[in-house]
Ligand binder design. Structure first.
Ligand code: SF4
Ligand code: SF4
Length: 467
């Protein structure tokens, strides 16, 4: 008698063997409302990986797709096939929404979780000349880059940090961001005043995993509870746009998600919270995928628990719907009017959304203002969210409201040995810029290309086999 399969077969993709990181075929299957990859490596056998525990949301990701926005020119050729031609190669489907420039590997912390494997024991600081070449590379690729993030290591301890910010500001970059653990902002008098000189168009991406000591000890190896608050107080004083960045490790800090969303709203300077489940790459001490891995749909549900954004307010981001989920709202103090679910879908998936104006939707405008109990507002629209997330149209900040009146939650799920998907990675829009001018997706860089990456052998084999 024939037996039916214990799952629904949804399709097939190419993923990675979780042991040797070779490319392997993966069946995409559904069971009990969840989506899995069933992989088969000739050497390491069958592996089953959870991709989503919300099949309805997972299926909806396709409905939000919009045409890719290509970079001006590729840096490499299509030669060995994806992911061995980064980058960007002509096969990549999305430009750099966010280009990251790592200026050092030195750090004033040694976190147990650090994809860059930075620490207090490392001391490399890139030269200003090298960094300027990296800035020029992203300008050559993008024309006017939407968002460049200066990262590390800990970028604020680079001896020429402020000269680097000045060099970035001198280029046609729409928005500049620093990715920091906040230690120097918290501890050094006068430091935040110097940062404020780079506003507007400047934002701090502040590491903020938890308010609890135990979680911080697990993720950062130090009790940073005071540092976190002192850094925020300094940023609040000068109202420097800040995004809180939460690295998520299941069993450690997923219970803090809702609290952090509510806590963020107490600060005028905080424009949103970005949640990033750990990408299993670099230093990741004690990580057990069975216990610590978290998928995007789980994070989305936890955020809804804060009572600020409902599930339907958090949608797949049209340029990269598999990896990024966004809830976007307008705020008045601690009150938020979520608007992502209210906007007509065609605004968000339009190929050229910046041409749409909010004024075409007077009822929506009125509804938002009512929700926020606003009749008139300060007119300062110079520093809009649309410039921070190029995928969202200007329309989402109505005339009369400033960037300060926006609030967003983002879930950013990077790809690693577990959830790697060859189709998804081609839409990756967060990229590392290299000193040689190459621009490499976050997911493939940390998995294959970063010196010492777990996939380095797989990459070498693929390139060698092709010779
Ligand atoms: S990830 Fe993108 S840049 Fe890299 S090989 Fe694939 S298509 Fe090319
Ligand atoms: S995660 Fe950030 S703060 Fe921690 S060691 Fe790495 S670079 Fe430093």
């Amino acid at each position: 008698m024939r037996k039916s399969a214990p799952y629904l077969f949804l399709g097939q993709t190419t993923s990675l063997c979780e042991t040797c990181l070779a490319l392997v075929p993966a069946k995409v299957t559904a069971e009990d409302g969840c989506v899995f990859y069933l992989k088969r490596c000739p050497e390491h056998g069958v592996q089953k990986t959870l991709i989503s525990d919300d099949i309805a949301y997972w299926k909806s990701q396709r409905d939000w797709l919009k045409p890719g926005d290509r970079p001006l020119a590729p840096q490499t050729r299509t030669d060995h096939g994806c992911p061995y031609d980064c980058g960007l190669c002509p096969d990549h489907e999305q430009h750099s929404c966010l280009a990251i420039i790592e200026i050092n590997d030195a750090c004033n912390l040694s976190c147990p979780v650090c994809f860059a494997e930075s620490s207090i024991k490392r001391d490399t600081q890139r030269s200003l000349t090298e960094i300027e070449a990296m800035l020029d590379a992203v300008v050559a690729s993008e024309g006017e880059p939407d968002l460049v993030q200066i990262s590390g290591g800990e970028p604020t301890i680079h001896p020429r940090f402020f000269e680097i910010l000045t060099a970035a500001k001198a280029r046609p970059i729409r928005h500049l961001m620093i990715n920091t653990n906040g230690v120097r902002i918290a501890r050094e008098p006068g430091f935040v005043e110097r940062l404020a000189e780079f506003m507007p168009g400047f934002e701090v991406y502040l590491q903020f995993d938890s308010l609890r000591r135990e979680a911080l000890m697990d993720l950062r190896g130090a009790d940073l509870t005071r540092v976190r608050i002192e850094a925020l107080e300094a940023l609040e004083r000068l109202n420097i746009s800040t995004t809180l960045v939460v690295t998520l490790k299941k069993g450690v800090n997923e219970g803090d998600i809702a609290d952090i969303v509510r806590f963020a709203l107490k600060w005028r300077c905080v424009r949103g919270v970005t949640f990033q489940p750990i990408q299993d790459a670099g230093r990741n001490d004690g990580y057990d995928a069975l216990k610590n891995r978290m998928v995007l749909s789980e994070v989305r549900r936890e955020i809804a628990g804060a009572g600020v954004f409902a599930l339907e307010d958090m949608i797949p981001l049209p340029c990269n719907p598999d990896q990024i989920c966004i809830g976007y709202g307008l705020r008045n103090g601690e009150t938020v009017a979520p608007i992502t679910a209210l906007l007509p879908r065609d605004i968000l998936v339009d190929a050229a959304p910046n041409s749409v104006t909010f004024e075409g939707y007077p009822e929506l405008r009125e509804r938002v203002f009512n929700l926020l109990s606003l009749s008139t507002a300060q007119a300062d629209t110079s520093d809009k969210l649309a410039e921070v997330l190029c995928c969202l149209p200007d329309a989402v900040v109505p005339e009369g409201l400033a960037y300060e009146n926006t609030f967003r939650v983002v879930v950013m799920q990077f790809l690693d040995r577990f959830n790697f998907d060859i189709a998804t990675v081609k839409r990756s829009c967060v990229h590392f810029v290299q000193p040689d001018g190459q621009i490499i997706p976050f997911d493939t860089f940390n998995t294959f290309y970063r010196p010492g990456a777990a996939g380095a052998r797989s990459l070498a084999r693929a390139k060698g086999a092709a010779r």
